[in-house]
Design a protein around this ligand. Structure first.
Ligand code: NAD
Length: 340
């Protein structure tokens, strides 16, 4: 029996989660929602995803546009075991009462507060916490990447303190409505929300983050400084991370010197939509001085949370243990490559 998955909000994250679900042998997409009859709605239909209106009153708009529609979100929820809410940030929480009423499980995304679900999820760090749960929140792209590289460090070496600067992309590539287009915008709220968000997954990690928005659509970049409790070599840290396939390495020596080049690699790898699910660490910029580790990582904001959503579903339905779920997800998405 496959778990029946509905996607509410077929946008940047929703369309990727839908495609990832459809690659799994233990779950299936039973429908996706759109608010309006846009080109994405057409693409959803072309991919064979039953299309529903996010709101009852939106149905007419689809019909007027001559677009076949199966009903409204309420109808879709009747057919689903779980809804992956991929509506815009803060909108997801407004749907919780509807999900409760329909008796479906729900996954929220990082634009919602931790409290919406009570469990904030990352497959490496706390797969078991989502086990059998009704509501789970998959943390944001930045938090996912921070947890991926910091969790192994904390678990296997120990961490005294983390300081990280989030250099954030201003908007996703399709989005021409947001800026800044010619400014660097520091987040004046300190710490930025990312550190506290990491602590929703790893509560006892001593982390402080600041953030800056820059005029790019191509990935976030993190500059991370970690005080370690003991002397460790750089090679030891690298081989520790190498055991986690959702971290991959690039090097300036091979000409990968920017986020643009990382995205070009994803396209050259013929990844769907040019996606890079892995957190990317520059191997030749991992340095340790006086027990202090310095590294840079790049984050493909549109796709790194996709594997986590798939694992969250398996944990919520008690379908596979952590290692098996991660292995299955990674195999189907082609996650975990090495440059030799
Ligand atoms: P998006 O704007 O690309 O997509 C949102 C989708 O929801 C669109 O299809 C839109 O039509 C639809 N929508 C709008 N209003 C709706 C409503 N009232 N009900 C149902 N659907 C509605 O947004 P996104 O980037 O995919 O973000 C979705 C969630 O994922 C947010 O919580 C966001 O914070 C989180 N997230 C985004 C990124 C990213 O970089 N894009 C990364 C990780 C997590």
């Amino acid at each position: 029996m496959k778990v029946k998955v509905a996607i509410n909000g077929y946008g940047t994250i929703g369309k990727r989660v839908a495609d990832a679900v459809s690659l799994q042998d233990d779950m299936e997409v039973v429908g996706v929602t759109k608010t309006r009859p846009t080109v994405e709605a057409l693409h959803a239909r072309e991919r064979g995803y039953p299309l529903y209106a996010a709101k009852e009153e939106a149905i007419e708009g689809f019909e007027n546009a001559g677009m076949k529609i199966e009903g409204a979100l309420e109808d879709l929820l009747q057919r689903a075991d779980v809804v992956v809410d991929c509506s815009p940030g803060k909108v997801g929480a407004t749907y919780k009462p509807l999900y409760e009423k329909a008796g479906v499980k729900a996954i929220f995304q990082g634009g919602e507060k931790h409290e919406v679900a009570g469990v904030s999820f990352n497959a490496y760090a706390n797969y078991e916490e989502a086990w059998g749960r009704r509501f789970v929140r998959v943390v944001s792209c930045n938090t996912t990447a921070l947890v991926r590289s910091l969790y192994p460090l904390k678990k296997e070496v120990g961490v005294e303190e983390v300081q990280a600067v989030m250099i954030r992309r201003a908007a996703d590539p399709w989005d021409s409505s947001k800026g800044p287009i010619n400014a660097i915008e520091p987040s004046l709220k300190l710490p930025s929300h990312h550190g506290p968000d990491v602590q929703t997954v790893i509560p006892d990690l001593n982390i402080y983050t600041v953030a800056v928005k820059v005029p790019t659509t191509i990935m976030h970049l993190h500059s991370i400084i970690v005080k370690l409790p003991k002397e460790v070599g750089e090679e030891e840290i690298l081989s520790l991370w190498e055991r986690y396939p959702r971290i991959s390495f690039v090097s300036g020596a091979l000409g990968v010197k920017s986020t643009a080049k990382v995205m070009e690699m994803a396209r050259d790898m013929l990844r769907p939509r040019g996606d890079m699910y892995e957190t990317i660490i520059w191997r030749d910029a991992v340095k340790i001085v006086n027990r202090t580790l310095y590294y840079f990582q790049a984050v493909h904001q549109e796709s790194d949370v996709v594997p986590e959503n798939i694992d969250a579903i398996r944990s919520m339905f008690e379908m596979a243990d952590k290692e098996e779920s991660i292995r299955k997800t990674d195999k189907t998405l082609g996650v975990g490559w090495t440059l030799s």
